[in-house]
Design a protein around this ligand. Structure first.
Ligand code: 26Q
Length: 791
């Protein structure tokens, strides 16, 4: 299919033209760049052809402030079906492919689940030949890099472009202008190919960079006013300089608002320009050719912006423009946390986007009229108004301005329909849908766990499962086959050895690869309850101290999590876990039995090493709080039983794989609802000495927060509450005993290796539902109304 000799020549030519070097002298990152660019050269024709094919029919556009892509090289080679060939070619050039893969910086243009979901979706759309384009921001700096100093989190800027980005192409001639009240900037698109698995189609992710018109002012420069000379340029570039490191809403900031409007306005202008070229100026057909998905509320300003473009620039009447807008957009909700529902102070909008704000006011005014006509009273109207008490409620604008609102797991969608957004479900019952999240099996199994993939392919006699994941179900026929079960254990052991090696190098910590790997990796958030895990570890530690003969399976507790830099309590939890790690690591009595390691800078590429090596997947959020979770699916697909609450997609995971093959504990949503008003955590604390003992380590001197007061603050948050929340807001005390008892069951079950391997097998075999291919097909059929178009 392609010519390795030519590719090699191209690599060597790129090394010469770009770096002035021969292969022998080139640095690793130079070889990585040269290989990547050479691969880019081989796909441009297919890419072009795909764009052309898509331009004639209906297409979908995925607007997202975040795309957490991770690394490209390995995945692209895999999807092109040339991984092994390239590996061999590189070997002949005396290059180890792993070195090139490892040198690549993650494209970390997202915080966590929402951004990674967007990345998995892009990949599935490519694989399924669906006409879908991603639109977002090309942040110069992605999510911060994390390290620990004395157990405290440190942050450092993520300069991911320092050696360039061979996977994107700047399209100068397709730049557009974006206008704010106080400035006008250029939006330059950078296109990245989305290479589907085993298909010629190549989709596009288009990310916008902000630049100034005036590069730089020579007169000021000549007057030696150097700073002012570049001021304009810097101010414009600030807009796409850095990703906000919050995975829940924070105080409205002008720059964040500018980011949102910047990429939304640029994307809509791009779409409209294309539409006019293909279809002229009759906008009535616009929704027949475009479905635009809003990934959470971050791009919801698209609703008034499209209205503005249609009404002000294209002279369309309000009524027709509104009809077009609602038919075009749909909205995904990713959270039920009240504090995370995005709201903007209208003063900010008035200042930065005055015309857009007027349009939002108009939308709100007309909406309220509709409610009055329905006979709604003023209390109800206030509770639903889009603008209320000077705040714009973006989720309400989103539901009202789109034809479909979806949740990301069944439980989450039900909570939206019947609790959080009940009033909205009443007026728009046909607008609500569920779309349970998924993950791409290419990156999250075929690429990151080649050992397990090969085994599966050998057992099934085909690798078709890679794009038809429900075929894994056939693995169930090996449930009584000891040879297969042992092989599963062997593969797991191999991945654990590899992880242990990596952790030794990158964290400087030795872990026992024969111990049980118990892993919790996700953003640090109170609702995700890393603190419950920590309390469980301390409880085990104290029991071991009291009874050194206690027989337990040696266990390594592994954490990975970044805390938002301003989320002090989350940072306190990191310090607390690191202190527990030190306490246990320094105690010769227990250190061969338990170990705690908090890996630094958890990110997509670290995840690719952690998920395959896990024996237990910790998914222990307070029931009702985790919209879906997707890490839970990555563990499952790699044969790891879930230790979790009935929350988010955990519910569906155990529905598929069987409760007996997972470990479910804790209060369910209904119970939380029932107890929340009268909940008194002090009762648990005072009546349970084991609980009291672990909680008291926050204040009794067992562990030190270096005099910061962080631990006492955590203690008070649990027992006294704070002005903005009740004590133990996330019901850790309620679930504590359930959790430790369930951990004891894990310990017991793990000893029967064959029985354990069956659980692993059942999880793999039943992970089919959680392919993002399935999710995306549901979006395509039930929301976007688009069809595959294979070139
Ligand atoms: C908003 C305004 C200002 C600053 C930051 C933000 C912001 C940024 C990111 C708000 C939220 C996010 C990210 C949310 C997120 O990742 N949610 C997760 O989405 C996953 C995919 O659907 C779900 O699986 C997770 O359950 C959900 O927590």
């Amino acid at each position: 299919m392609f010519d390795t000799k030519e590719l090699r020549e191209n690599i060597e030519r790129i090394l010469k033209t770009d770096y002035g070097k021969t292969l022998a002298k080139a640095q690793t990152h130079e070889k990585y760049n040269a290989l990547s660019k050479a691969i880019m050269g081989t796909i441009v024709d297919n890419w072009d052809e795909t764009e052309k094919a898509y331009s004639t029919g209906k297409a979908a556009y995925y607007l997202s402030a975040e795309f957490l892509m991770g690394r490209a090289l390995g995945n692209n080679l895999l999807n092109l079906g040339i991984y092994e060939e390239i590996k061999e070619l590189l070997k002949k050039m005396d290059i180890n492919i792993n070195d090139l893969e490892e040198i690549e910086e993650d494209a970390g243009l997202g915080n966590g689940g929402l951004g990674r979901l967007a990345a998995c979706f892009m990949e599935s759309c490519g694989t399924l030949n669906l006409p879908v384009r991603g639109y977002g921001i090309r942040y110069s700096h992605g999510l911060f890099k994390q390290s620990f100093k004395d157990g405290f989190q440190r942050e450092e800027g993520d300069n991911w472009l320092k050696y360039g980005d061979p996977w994107s192409i700047r399209k100068e001639d397709e730049a557009v202008i974006v206008e704010f009240a106080d400035e006008k900037v250029r939006a330059i698109p950078y296109d990245t190919p989305i290479i589907g698995y085993a298909t010629r189609n190549i989709n596009t992710l288009r990310l916008w960079k902000a630049e100034s018109f005036k590069d730089f002012d020579f007169n000021l420069f000549n007057d030696q006013k150097y700073n002012e000379a570049v001021e304009d340029k810097n101010k414009a570039e600030d807009i796409s300089r850095v990703l906000y490191p919050n995975d829940s809403t924070e105080e409205g900031k002008i720059l964040r608002l500018k980011q949102q409007y910047f990429f939304v306005s640029a994307s809509l202008k791009d779409i409209i320009r294309q539409y006019k070229k293909n279809h002229g100026i009759d906008f009535n057909k616009f929704p027949e050719f475009h479905a635009i998905q809003l990934n959470d509320t971050h791009p919801v300003v698209a609703i008034p912006e499209l209205m503005r473009l249609l009404v002000d620039e294209e002279n369309i009447t309000w009524e027709i423009a509104w009809d077009i807008t609602v038919k075009t957009f749909s909205y995904t909700n990713h959270t039920i946390l009240a504090e995370a529902l995005e709201q903007w102070w209208n003063g900010l909008y008035k200042k930065v986007l005055p015309r857009v704000y007027e349009i939002i006011e108009d939308i709100d005014r007309r909406f309220i009229m509709e409610l009055l006509q329905k006979g709604y009273d003023s209390e109800k109207i206030n509770s639903m108004a889009i603008i209320y008490k000077d705040m714009i409620r973006m989720a309400f604008l989103a539901i009202h301005g789109t034809h479909t609102t979806n949740g990301v797991a069944q439980l989450h969608t039900d909570i939206l329909k019947f609790q959080e957004l009940r009033d909205w479900y009443d007026i728009y019952p046909n607008r609500f849908q569920n779309k349970t999240n998924g993950i791409t099996p290419r990156r999250w199994l075929a690429l990151c766990n080649k050992e397990l993939s090969q085994m599966i392919t050998a057992l099934l006699g085909t690798d078709k499962w890679i794009n038809e994941l429900t075929l894994l179900k056939e693995l169930e026929k090996y449930l009584e086959d000891e040879q297969v079960l042992n092989k599963i254990l062997e593969v797991k052991s191999e991945k654990k050895h590899q992880l242990a090696e990596y952790i030794k190098i990158h964290e400087g910590v030795e872990i026992n690869p024969n111990s049980l790997f118990d892993i919790q990796i996700k953003r640090l958030h109170e609702y995700k309850r890393q603190l419950l895990n920590a309390f469980g570890i301390l409880d085990l530690y104290f029991r071991l101290k009291e009874n050194p003969e206690m027989d337990i399976v040696p266990r390594t507790f592994i954490f990975g999590a970044k805390a938002a830099p301003g989320y002090i309590r989350a940072k306190g939890i990191i310090k607390f876990i690191n202190e527990i790690g030190t306490l246990i690591g320094n105690d010769p009595q227990v250190k061969d039995k338990i170990k705690v390691v908090f890996v630094q800078n958890y990110r997509v590429s670290y995840g690719e090493r952690l998920f395959p090596a896990a024996d237990i997947s910790e998914q222990i959020s307070t029931a009702g709080k985790e919209a879906s979770g997707t890490g839970n699916m990555k563990f499952m697909l790699n044969g790891t039983p879930t230790l979790g609450t009935f929350d988010g997609a955990n519910v569906e995971i155990v529905q598929e794989a069987g409760e007996e093959n997972n470990f479910i504990f804790g209060a369910r949503v209904e119970e939380i609802e029932e107890i929340k008003e009268s909940y008194n955590p002090k009762e648990y604390y005072e009546s349970n000495p084991r609980l009291k003992k672990v909680v008291d380590t926050l204040i009794d001197g067992t562990l030190s927060d270096g005099g910061t007061g962080m631990f006492e603050e955590l203690y008070n948050s649990l027992l006294e509450g704070a002005s903005w929340h009740k004590p133990d807001n996330y019901f850790i005390f309620r679930d504590f005993m359930d959790y430790v008892k369930t951990q004891e069951k894990v310990d017991r079950d793990y000893r029967d290796r064959i029985a354990w391997a069956k659980k692993c097998l059942m999880n793999i075999a039943n992970a089919g539902k959680f392919s993002s291919d399935r999710t995306i097909q549901e979006y395509a059929r039930e929301i976007w109304n688009i069809e595959p178009k294979k070139i």
